[in-house]
Design a protein around this ligand. Sequence first.
Ligand code: PMP
Length: 410
Amino acid sequence: MIKANVKADFPILHRQINDEPMVYLDNAATSQKPRMVIDRVTEYYFQQNANVHRGVSSLSMAATDEYEAARQAVSDFIHAEGPDNVVFTRSTTESLNWIASGYADSVLQPGDEIVITVAEHHSNIVPWQQVAKRHHAKLKYIRLNACGRLDLIDAKHQITDRTKIVAINHVSNVMGAENPVAKVSHLAHQHGAVMVVDAAQSAPHMPIDVQALDADFLAFSGHKMLAPTGIGVLYGKQAVLAEMNPVQFGGEMIDEVTQQTATFQKSPLKFEAGTPNIAGAIGLHAAINYLSAMGMESIHDHDLQLTTRCIERLRQLGGVTIYGDSDPANHNGVVTFNVAGIHPHDVATGLDMEGIEVRAGHHCAQPLMDVLGVESTVRASFYFYNDATDVDRFIDALSKVKEFFTDGLS
Ligand code: PMP
């Protein structure tokens, strides 16, 4: 159960936009931060700031302990084998780029294949395009079924013995559809390919078990799950992390340096060159504590209730095309739509006038927009601090926008 006064924990949710109380429905882009995360980061800078993994000073050792405790918390949160499987990065984007440049770059041969889906975020497309180009490898796409999930039958056709990497989203940032990751991992492994999971939209909204998913790599961003920006996670199984090369070089990641050569630390430190985002990792730890106290199952159930209410009310409104599954249970807090005859940017601007913050655009998923036959859409995305009143305020505002652009002008 989500506690009744949860909004009280989020100072920003009490502000006004255009003289209206704000309703924040752009959670798929980034989440808001609870006071306890903000306070924890402030406390770190007030009382604990020091560099990590350096020296024997009390302050530095305490900061190192906090940073490594954050790694352990992430490991527990995603049911990893242990903290050594967790590499801190800047974001999902950085994690995926590192897999492409540090791992795929050293295993791909001409004629090999990378298989993704047509519903990927650009950060799970462009790094693969680049590495495929460098090695004359082929980038192949799994199509979607009518529910907006990847089509398992097509996945069986696309994944072959030439496939080295399969990289798919766990939950789509456009349609909210959850992909059958464990089944695709099984397929990938049958063909000797490595499974990469983009969990940017799932980690904030549902329990994650990397071992049950049998993911070789999994990536997500702290900022979509209450933590500060600039901290992300790259999970890897020990075998693939050992094979993966560091992408950045410098202090802290080395074992020994001579004038001409260097040896590196073991994973995860071999990937974390230079001073890491210590405050970000500590903020992520606080965020994980908050989410765990709330319960990821409760958060998932709450998302479902809100998306169901939202989709039902959008249908009642009429003239609205909703993308993805007709079953609200397969939307995971994300509702993407267009209103007949009104440009998505006009819809979003009209909603903003009423204090409702949504996103309009291609959502960094242009290949998916092509498949959907649109250039852009409007997206309302929910989190556990949204409630039924937020859904109703959004629908009432959308109704006004619709009236303004259609009846109001005719
Ligand atoms: N993948 C998905 C599915 C996403 O939704 C996002 C963020 N919109 C990303 C990757 C990239 O995340 P970030 O910008 O935090 O690197």
